[in-house]
Design a protein around this ligand. Sequence first.
Ligand code: ATP
Ligand code: MG
Length: 147
Amino acid sequence: EEVHLLPYFEMMIEKVSPALQENRMILHLECPDDLYAQIDPVRFEQVILNLIDNARKYSEPNTSIFIDVALINERIHMTLKDEGKGIPEEDLPRIFERFYRVDKSRARALGGTGLGLSIVKQLVEAHGGMIEVTSSPNIGTTFEIIL
Ligand code: ATP
Ligand code: MG
């Protein structure tokens, strides 16, 4: 299905805004109005909501989340950047594994199963895309999806 990305992202941001407000976090969206993507809107929503949920859970109040959508060399790039705790370099290769969590005690306190990112990766790949992560502890984390 051909999805108009700007209203699609605005709709998802509307859904998460109560949770973000509770954490006093602000989400900034940068998305040109003329971008469309061939995606399953219901399944792909799980991708974006999982990434936003992580950005919220693993960040402090009064930080921001930045979502940037752009067309580069005929491909849609979606980057989702937070200013949170970050992920240690040695854990980065494993975060897309099922049940993998970086800090077991912190992760337990925050709830969840450790399945979010494994589902995200599966869904992105089911769309013929790929996802990459870069992160620096205490600076933040960036996920990039390329479709
Ligand atoms: P679930 O998503 O099932 O509720 P979860 O959030 O712990 O649980 P994943 O979403 O798969 O599981 O993430 C795996 C681990 O990667 C997390 O436990 C956390 O340690 C780390 N992580 C994921 N996203 C971020 C992020 N934006 N900033 C810092 N750490 C992150
Ligand atoms: Mg998660």
